[in-house]
Design a protein. Structure first.
Length: 112
């Protein structure tokens, strides 16, 4: 039998869970502020997203603009945004991966 009815361990677990939750929230805030760039067409189109994946800006080189071929420009824009989002996901894994790795089944009932 655990001395004290096991309460110190439960309190410690709750404190650890609260700290992990705070660390996770801080990392998510940092991601929301971190710009990540993606490009397409050899740099003709550049998209900047936050580490959380929100599109912040889009820069299109005038050389990419052909009024006769707007499909290619649209494809380049989509590719640049996808590239930026892929970089954002990679950044998320770097920042959040270590924090969420310990949550997988460690504390039943928590929404992680």
């Amino acid at each position: 039998m655990i001395p004290g009815g096991g309460q110190p361990n439960m309190q410690q677990l709750l404190q650890q869970a609260q700290k992990m939750q705070q660390d996770l929230a801080a990392a998510q805030e940092e991601l929301a502020r971190t710009p990540v760039e993606g490009t397409a067409g050899g740099g003709l189109v550049k998209a900047t997203v936050t580490g959380a994946g929100e599109l912040q800006s889009l820069v299109i080189d005038p050389k990419a603009v052909d009024p006769e071929d707007t499909e290619t420009l649209a494809d380049l824009v989509v590719a640049a945004v996808r590239d930026a989002n892929a970089a954002a996901q990679q950044l998320q894994q770097q920042k959040l991966g270590p924090l969420t790795a310990g949550l997988g089944g460690g504390l039943p009932g928590l929404p992680f």
